[in-house]
Design a protein around this ligand. Structure first.
Ligand code: PRP
Length: 194
């Protein structure tokens, strides 16, 4: 898998150090009671797990699933599908919510989630992302907490995938053009009619 990586943008050590500082900053601002941390699956899984263990706040955890990069894509499809919403809505009633996602790209995912949870009786909804891409849509979207600003490149690792792979990498990296082409080809092959 390491042979598929082009450039390592953020090392595991840099992630760990930044999360220590971010959690300190967040714990001072987040409410000490009635807090629900909501990982946005699947990408937000690794970040949320590492972040929540650094937060001393009294909190509960409820997950929600959002999907927009179907198959071997390197850009959002623009269509966000939310699942697990009923459970999520019940979990946020009368609570302060912290949505935790891996990356802010177009902002459509967090926007759809904020919209879906707004009418569910949440006391407040805050957002936290590991990565924010350097593109106008991402810069214009107001997030409460962001760990890293990155170039507008397609990245994998630490929860982020390409075609379902690379989520388990401990770093954030770009892929070689060959790895991307091979992932695209695999998907086309699977999509061929039998
Ligand atoms: C990715 C990522 C974010 C979202 C960001 O999810 O995990 O949730 O896209 O893009 P946006 O700002 O343009 O909405 P994806 O749909 O790939 O699902 P995944 O979390 O299962 O990988």
């Amino acid at each position: 898998m390491d042979g598929d990586l082009d450039q390592i943008l953020i090392t595991p050590q840099a992630i760990s150090q930044r999360l220590d500082a971010l959690a300190l900053e967040m714990s001072a601002v987040l409410p000490g009671e009635n807090l629900v941390l909501m990982p946005v699956l699947t990408g937000g899984l690794v970040f949320a797990a590492d972040l929540m263990r650094r937060l001393p706040n009294r909190l509960t955890v409820a997950c929600v699933n959002a999907s927009s990069y179907a198959g071997a894509r390197t850009h959002s499809s623009g269509n966000v599908r939310l699942t697990g919403l009923e459970t999520a809505r019940a979990a946020v009633r009368g609570k302060h919510v912290l949505l935790v996602d891996d990356i802010l790209d177009t902002g459509l995912t967090l926007s759809a989630l904020q919209g879906a949870l707004a009418a569910s009786g949440a006391l407040s909804i805050r957002t936290c992302v590991l990565l924010r891409k350097d593109r106008p849509q991402a810069s214009a979207f107001p997030v409460d907490f962001c760990a890293f600003d990155i170039p507008d490149a397609f990245v994998v690792g630490y929860g982020l995938d390409f075609n379902g792979l690379y989520r388990n990498l401990p770093c954030i990296a770009t892929l070689t053009p060959q790895a991307i082409a091979s992932g695209m080809a695999d998907t086309k092959e699977q999509e061929k009619p039998a």
